[in-house]
Structure formats: C-alpha cells, structure tokens
Design a protein around this ligand. Structure first.
Ligand code: C5P
Length: 421
C-alpha cells in the first residue's frame, strides 16, 4: 500500500447509513462491514421499503447497534432521539439512494425518519443512487440530483451495467469497496493529495467517424476506463479535464468534461487543452476516417430480377484516410506534458507491441490490455493492465476499473519521476 493511502481511513467518522428501498439494499449490508473495516462507526436507518428487502437484524448484527426505521418508536426515541442521532453523525450516507428518497430530499420532505434526519443534520450528505436506468435518466430525477449536488451533496455513482430488472445502463449501486474509497478520498481537503496542483488531461471512449448522416465507423470502447482514470485523478487532487468520445456515462465529480465525436475533434480539443502536466490517452481513437462524409444517406443500387450475379455481389468500397495520431502529436508538441501515457489494446504479443509503441510514439508509459480476455477491457467494469515504461514493467488487476485506475496513477507517481510535480 502506498504511504499516502496507508494514512487514510474513516477513523473518527460517525456514519449514519440510510438504506432505502431497492434490490441493491442487500449490498448495503456489505457496505456496513467495509465502513467498519475502514474504522468508521456506523448506525443504520432503514426506510420502510428497505426493510422489505433486508431485515433490520442483519444491519444490527453488522453495525453492532440497534437499527432505526420509524419516527414513532418510543423505545428508540428514549435511547437516542432522532434529533440526537442527526447531531451524532459526521456524515450521512444513503446507499442505495432510490429515486424516491432523492426526490424527497430535494424537496425537503420530512415524512419518515430518514428524510427528517436529513433535514436536521448539518453533516455532509453522500448519495449512492441505485435505480432502473430510465428512472435515473428521467428529467425529474436528474433535476433532483442536480439540486442536491448544488446544495453540496456528494454523489457516488451510479455505475453503468446490467441491472437486476434485466435492463442495461446507469443505475447500479457502486460497489461497497468503491463507495468506501470515495468517502475516504473526499476527506482529503481539496487542493491536497499527491496530484494536487497538477493538470491532468484524459481522453476516453470511442470516436465515431461519419460515413453519411446515419452511419459511422466506431468501436466497442465504453469509456469506463478513461472515466475511472479521470475520477481517480480528481480524487488524488488533480485539476482534471476529460475529453469524452460518444459515451453514456455521468461526468465524475470535480472533472471538467469536453464532449467530442470524431478523432479530429478529439485531437483539436486535446491540443487546445495544452498546457497540461500529464496526458493519459485512454480513448480508442479510430485510426481511419472516411475520406469524405456524404451529405445524403448512401444508397445501395436497386437491382431488378434480371440482374446478373456480378451486379448482385458487387460490394461497396470505402475510401479511408488516416486520422491524426493524437498521442504522438501530444508527445511531439512544443508544450508536451511532463508525462504522456498511452493505452494499447492488443491481441498478439502484448509486451513486444507495447514496447514498440513506447518508442515509436515517444511516450513515457504504455498501459496495455489484452482484448478478448473475459472480464477485461472493452465494455465491462473490470480490467487488467500490463504497464511498460523505459525502466520497467508492472501488472495491475484484474480488479474493478475504479481500482485499476487508482493503482495506475499511484504506480506512475511511484515509478516515474515525471509524474510528480
Ligand atoms: O497505435 P494504437 O492505436 O494501438 O495506440 C493506442 C494509443 O494511441 C492510445 O493511447 C490511443 O488513445 C492513442 N491513439 C491516438 N490517436 C490515434 C490512435 C491512437 O491518440 N489516431
């Protein structure tokens, strides 16, 4: 463990964990354990709906304290009244935070114990939302979340991926370990941390190269690794700019985001963002783009019954040209960041091609992942990386992309002097 991380825990924090109704409530039980492992004291409040998913006895056993769920429990009020409980907390963490609880808090309701406590407390409020992705994207939920964030609430997640309802998208509760890490990170005052004062530029996601108004050439990059890197850099104190290709991911807290579509736009945005201290090219940039983008939809020839085999089988040839190599351009730029890091997705000899890229693109490190290994790389939540630099190499993961991102930044700080201000 890095010295910086070893110093950090939740010691001294009195966390009031609000659990609201949703299937992700079962993960809140694990969260209680993880919070206590990080030295926090935890008391749990369940909403009425949450109690349908996980029983109070589970939370009582894990937290070591009686669980509260009603404003009208005379015995509990006699032990520690709800006002006292709100004053006791140094942080209120709601995980999972349902769309309903978020709406209640945004509008200042006080019709159950949890919402009442939230109106009384002056402690930092943290929300880890979990809900169906359509509920998350609903303008009402987005407006409520924005209101709470403007009032200073910390938002952790939601994560993107497959959901208990069978759908796919943002709305999964962030894993308990990652929630604890985000809570620990937010204890570090802004402007501190090992990347404090450093400008970090991250590119993420695919690029889409338009063939005509309805078709494009793209790739399967989800952007998750780049977004996790931007989030981790911000947690470590950096001033982060994230250039995102077309992805459906929420912007990490404290990160400046620039959305682009094509490789040339990504290149312009990256060069315009210079000077920077660190550049991490995690985007899967298209290597080729159509020489021309048709203004009208490209039509296939209409063949009649009598067409010969040659006409029926005639293909379509696309005229492609190279896109700019953003990583190489940044590495060769007069305002070159002190540290330039590239990514490489490989199917063949990982080490050989990563080392070749290190030289050819004149970058300081290459983080390579093997494409096609189950649970790693494209469009999933975990990853494993082989990192190469002039003086050595290291393996990271397999672990969640959040963890791998953090480990990569700490590795760079540890091994590459250029990463340090
Ligand atoms: O050569 P290859 O595409 O495998 O290199 C991958 C690395 O180069 C990634 O860091 C990617 O972001 C970057 N790259 C780029 N511009 C391109 C192609 C790749 O910045 N046109």
């Amino acid at each position: 463990m890095n010295e910086f991380e070893a110093k950090r825990s939740l010691a001294g924090e009195r966390i009031l964990l609000g659990v609201s109704g949703g299937i992700a409530a079962y993960k809140a039980a694990e969260l209680v354990r993880r919070l206590r492992d990080a030295d926090a004291e935890v008391r749990v409040v369940l909403t009425e709906a949450a109690a349908h998913f996980v029983g109070a006895a589970t939370f009582q056993a894990l937290s070591g304290h009686p669980v509260r769920s009603s404003l009208w429990d005379p015995a509990a009020e006699a032990a520690m009244g709800h006002i006292e409980l709100a004053r006791w907390a140094t942080r209120v963490v709601i995980a999972p935070a349902s769309a309903d609880v978020i709406a209640k808090l945004a509008h200042g309701h006080a019709n159950d114990l949890l919402s009442t406590l939230c109106l009384v407390t002056t402690a930092q409020l943290t929300l880890a939302p979990a809900m169906n992705n359509r509920m998350w994207w609903h303008p009402a939920t987005q407006a409520n979340v924005a209101t709470l964030c403007e009032r200073g609430a910390q938002l952790i997640g939601p994560d993107d991926g497959s959901q208990a309802c069978g759908e796919f998208g943002p709305g999964r509760l962030v894993e308990p370990d990652a929630i604890v890490r985000a809570l620990i990170a937010s204890r570090v005052p802004s402007g501190s941390g090992p990347l404090a004062g450093q400008r970090v530029l991250v590119s993420a996601g695919p690029t889409y190269e338009d063939l005509d108004p309805v078709r494009y050439l793209g790739n399967r990059s989800s952007g998750k690794m780049g977004f996790a890197l931007a989030a981790a850099a911000a947690e470590l104190g950096a001033d982060v700019t994230l250039i995102a290709g077309p992805v459906a991911l929420p912007t990490p807290a404290g990160v400046r985001r620039i959305d682009v579509r094509r490789a040339v736009e990504m290149c312009d945005a990256a060069l315009s963002a210079l000077p920077q201290d660190i550049y991490i090219g995690a985007a899967a940039v298209a290597d080729y783009m159509p020489a021309r983008t048709a203004t009208d939809k490209i039509k296939k020839p209409i063949l009649d019954q009598g067409s010969d085999a040659a006409s029926r089988n005639s293909g379509l040839t696309l005229d492609l040209v190279r896109t700019p190599d953003i990583l190489a351009e940044i590495a060769a730029h007069p305002q070159r960041p002190r540290l330039v890091v590239g990514f490489a997705a490989e199917t063949g000899n990982l080490a050989e091609s990563a080392r070749e890229k290190l030289q050819r693109k004149r970058v300081d490190a290459i983080a390579a992942n093997r494409v096609g290994v189950e649970g790693c790389g494209f469009d999933c939540d975990s990853n494993a990386l082989s990192v190469f630099w002039a003086g050595g190499e290291a393996e990271l993961g397999p672990a969640s992309k959040t963890q791998v991102a953090r480990d990569l930044l700490l590795l760079l700080l540890d091994r590459l002097p250029a990463a340090r201000a």
